[in-house]
Write a protein that binds this ligand. Structure first.
Ligand SMILES: [Zn+2]
Length: 269
């Protein structure tokens, strides 16, 4: 490892047309041992900003540390996968955290109807309460949507939430169009690298460019080309090259558009 690979702070406005990783769990334990180099490698790959969403009150401090240490954009939210851990009073803690003005989004929040052990009713209650907080603070939302697009849309409409990202989008063309109509961008990343992901690849190739953002979901969703190591934000460079191939568009053209889309989705535009 070269010694010049040292991380710097991300610029708050990001630099025009840099790559933006719109979903990255930089505070995850899998990345902790090598974190400074993970950030430095991302910056060397042209990633000019990252969004780090929280998943429960237990990692709010860790996410905040990513903002303090590296200047990342962050979100506070209660992730549906950890529904068992979320207590009613955590909503009040979330509200306090959002009131601090440190977070750029409410997230990661959503509905997961794929894992059968997750209580659906409880998920819906917490989701709606968090959408209300997003409205109260005027923040976009970063959504985890698994087998639940239609229900998520119902609540977005009811709560009049019209800005954010449906992360790791994996729905139908029709559901994609409905989310776009609601004002959302769709996050694409590691799943695109699998040749078997036909539907995701077809959507990434054919949806309007204005509706897409890129993400790694690091350290999760390991790309096909690097399954032995934790996924990391530097892989975004591979993802944009792959997307350029799928869409038959130049990387530079995509990068400028994706940069703009990310800023719009996260409320910076
Ligand atoms: Zn996530």
């Amino acid at each position: 490892m070269s010694t010049d690979l040292a991380p710097t702070r991300f610029a708050q406005s990001a630099t025009p047309t840099c790559l933006i990783d719109t979903h990255c769990h930089l505070d995850a334990p899998e990345l902790a041992a090598d974190l400074a180099r993970v950030v430095a490698r991302a910056q060397a790959a042209g990633v000019g900003q990252l969004l780090v969403p929280a998943v429960s009150v237990a990692n709010f401090a860790a996410v905040l540390a990513m903002r303090r240490e590296y200047g990342c954009w962050i979100g506070f939210g209660l992730h549906p996968i950890y529904i068992e851990q979320h207590l009613d009073e955590h909503l009040a803690q979330l509200e306090l955290a959002l009131a601090s003005g440190q977070a750029q989004v409410v997230g990661e929040i959503g509905l997961d109807f794929y894992l059968p052990q997750l209580d659906v009713k409880r998920q819906e209650v917490l989701f709606v309460e968090q959408l209300k907080l997003a409205r109260k603070f005027g923040l976009p939302v970063v959504l985890h949507v698994r087998r639940s697009v239609d229900r998520v849309l119902k609540y977005l409409r009811e709560q009049r939430i019209e800005q954010g990202i449906a992360h790791a989008f994996n729905g139908s063309q029709q559901q994609a169009e409905a989310l776009i109509k609601q004002g959302f961008k769709l996050g694409f990343g590691g799943a695109m690298t699998y040749s078997g992901s036909r539907r995701i690849r077809a959507l990434a190739a054919s949806l309007p460019l204005s509706s897409l953002v890129l993400e790694t979901d690091a350290p999760d969703i390991r790309p096909e080309f690097a399954q032995q190591v934790p996924n990391e934000p530097a892989n975004l460079l591979h993802f944009i090259q792959l997307l350029a191939g799928l869409r038959g568009q130049a990387v530079t053209e995509l990068q400028a558009a994706l940069y703009r889309n990310s800023l719009v989705a996260l409320g910076f535009d």
